[in-house]
Write a protein that binds this ligand. Structure first.
Ligand code: UD2
Ligand code: MN
Length: 576
């Protein structure tokens, strides 16, 4: 309803639906890549029980439990949505109105059994993997604010029905000051009838998902904490592979593959196992394709744990003691956002390992927009949280964040002393180390000459992406000095980049395009001469030039002639 809402809409779009759909299209793209490795167990640590025993004796201090797999959930005859199928309801005015309450189709969700069956979406090889006969127990922490009844309870039922009972210590529901009647006494009464211990905690006032999770974590009695969003469905065999990794190395933080539960039909749609977590200059979490480097490390076994630079944030398991040793969460973060990257950087920089476990699948309802309020304003909250991440963990690369988010510099980051001390105390590694060793594919350039605007000496206008995407033309506009679309990095690999796109020209006289950076020079190699102030394109030996008078928004590539229209300044004159 206010201008701010666009902000979060865009953000959630990127992080949710769009990206989820992209994951599916990536899946098709790589269908024929389904290889060799797929049938061969290269992660042989769990391939027989003898070896598993060795693992356990190395973990004597852990309370471990014998367990049996949960029996499969059999489909209800004649009920809608069984086996993860979608339910199509009439999209009339009422349905549209009701959609807005949760930003998903509540009529479809309500039509589906709370304990519906799902297809077993795992690779065949996953079903035959052997995990240690004894594993640590876990408490499931689910925080929610104004969650719908059917999605919340379907999450709980999927945990109950698809987790080995011996490994499920309890379910902890944290109600973050919801204002819906069904989440009060009705919820308390309902969970009292469930076949596993369920604690319901309530925050006295709206505290946001980060502090709500901290409250839940305090009450955990299991050895492992597993966080889930309140609109998930755990699939067959989801838990054992997660706990097994932690049993092997308690500093491993593990995520399932996050499948897509359609926000319209509640169809369960398998996501790609070929994406991992990254982030852009704005510090949004994004899915990107797993690079060949990591596939090679996994010996091309698509069922082997995948080391990921970042996690989406909602669904993961972590050893309880390690969670606290590592600094739990940043209590200075409000409502939503940022905590996922914060924990990801912290895990890697401070001696942990972050993995996606492809044999573990959990579905999640990705939404286009956030259904709930952000007290104090969306952008203020999201920028505040992200600034805390940038300030504490990203060293000089925090500049990219400030440059890319106009207005971020005006947001109060709050007191950072404690988190900075934590980083020192844990002797965490630098962000450069993280970029070099964990995420060399990142669009954060390791070394660069400039980060700022690029201004034409004649027109005094600036290069501007105009918000264009990969495959579209580079633009130009009057210099606004606010950063954002007018921020470019000129890197030591001779790229001129804006986030993950690079200036790219395929032939003489242009056009100059924005193309996903490939880091292989070629059409993306540019040289800036501080003497002549020319920006030359190596492949064509031509110069970047001001636009023609007929279209002042499109810079040109022309033979170098020393004219003023081919002179540029690279400067960082906005404040951050
Ligand atoms: C993703 C994560 C989410 C969190 C978020 C960044 C997944 C699948 N989801 O966004 O867990 O990491 O990125 O912060 O990885 N909630 C509260 N109080 C609040 C706001 C939210 O309890 O003030 C609950 C909410 O009801 C939900 C959970 O926190 O159960 C996550 O919120 P979301 O579903 O809106 O986040 P999502 O999936 O867009
Ligand atoms: Mn969610």
């Amino acid at each position: 309803s206010n201008g701010n809402n666009n902000f979060v809409t865009n953000n959630l779009n990127n992080d949710g639906i769009d990206n989820a759909l992209r994951r599916r299209s990536i899946d098709n793209e790589i269908k024929n890549e389904e290889s060799n490795g797929h049938h061969k167990d290269s992660d042989d640590r769990f391939s027989n029980r003898e070896q598993s025993k060795v693992v356990i004796s190395a973990n004597k201090s852990k309370r471990l439990r014998s367990w049996k797999p949960a029996p499969p959930v059999t489909p209800h005859k004649k009920l809608p949505g069984e086996l993860g199928e979608g339910v199509h309801v009439k999209n009339d005015e009422l349905a549209k109105e009701k959609f807005k309450l949760n930003q998903f189709n509540i009529i479809a969700s309500d039509a589906i059994a709370l304990n519906r069956s799902l297809k077993d979406v795992r690779y065949e090889m996953c079903k035959h993997k052997r995990y240690p006969t004894k594993l640590p127990s876990t408490s499931i922490v689910i925080v929610f604010h104004n969650e719908a009844w059917s999605t919340l309870l379907r999450t709980v039922w999927s945990v109950i029905n698809r987790s080995p009972r011996e490994l499920l210590e309890e379910v902890i529901l944290v109600d973050d000051a919801s204002e819906r009647d069904h989440l009060g006494k009705e919820l308390d009464d309902y969970v009292a009838t469930l076949p596993v211990p369920v604690k319901v905690l309530r925050t006295p006032k709206r505290s946001g998902l980060i502090r709500a999770r901290l409250l839940g974590a305090k009450h955990v009695e299991g050895s492992v904490i597993t966080f889930l969003d309140a609109h998930c469905e755990c699939a067959e065999g989801w838990l054992e592979p997660l706990l097994a990794r932690i049993a092997l190395n308690r500093k491993t933080v593990v995520c399932p593959i996050i499948d897509v539960i359609s926000d319209e039909t509640f169809e369960y749609i398998t996501a790609s196992d070929m994406t991992w977590g990254g982030f852009n200059w704005k510090l949004n979490f994004r899915w990107y394709r797993v690079p060949q480097r990591e596939m090679a490390r996994r010996k091309n076994d698509r069922t082997a744990p995948l080391r990921t630079p970042t996690m989406a944030g909602g669904l993961f398991s972590i050893d309880k003691d390690f969670f606290y040793e590592l600094g739990a969460y940043d209590e200075g973060m409000d409502i939503w956002g940022g905590e996922n990257l914060e924990m990801s950087f912290r895990v890697w920089q401070c001696g942990g390992i972050l993995e996606i476990i492809p044999c573990s699948h959990v579905g999640h309802v990705f939404r286009d927009k956030s259904p709930y309020t952000f007290p104090g304003g969306v952008s203020k909250i999201v920028l505040h949280n992200a600034a805390r991440v940038a300030e504490v963990w990203m060293d000089e690369w925090r500049d990219f964040y400030y440059a890319m988010n106009p207005g971020a510099g005006n947001v109060d980051v709050g007191d950072l002393t404690e988190r900075k001390e934590l980083r020192k105390r844990l002797q965490c590694k630098s962000f450069r180390w993280y970029l070099e060793n964990i995420y060399p594919e990142s669009q954060m350039p390791l070394d660069y000459y400039y980060l700022g605007e690029i201004k034409n000496a004649e027109t005094e206008n600036c290069l501007d992406t105009l918000g264009h995407k990969s495959g579209e033309k580079l633009g130009m506009n009057y210099c606004h000095g606010l950063g954002g679309n007018q921020v470019f990095a000129y890197t030591k690999r001779a790229q001129i980049m804006s986030d993950d796109n690079c200036l790219d020209a395929a032939r003489n006289d242009g056009p100059v395009m924005l193309i996903r950076c490939h880091g292989m020079k070629g059409n993306q190699e540019w040289h800036y001469d501080t003497e002549t102030q020319e920006i030359t394109h190596e492949a064509t030996k031509q110069c970047l030039q001001k636009p023609s008078p007929s279209d002042t928004s499109i810079p040109l590539l022309r033979n170098c002639d020393g004219s003023l229209g081919q002179k540029w300044t690279m400067q960082r004159n906005f404040r951050w």
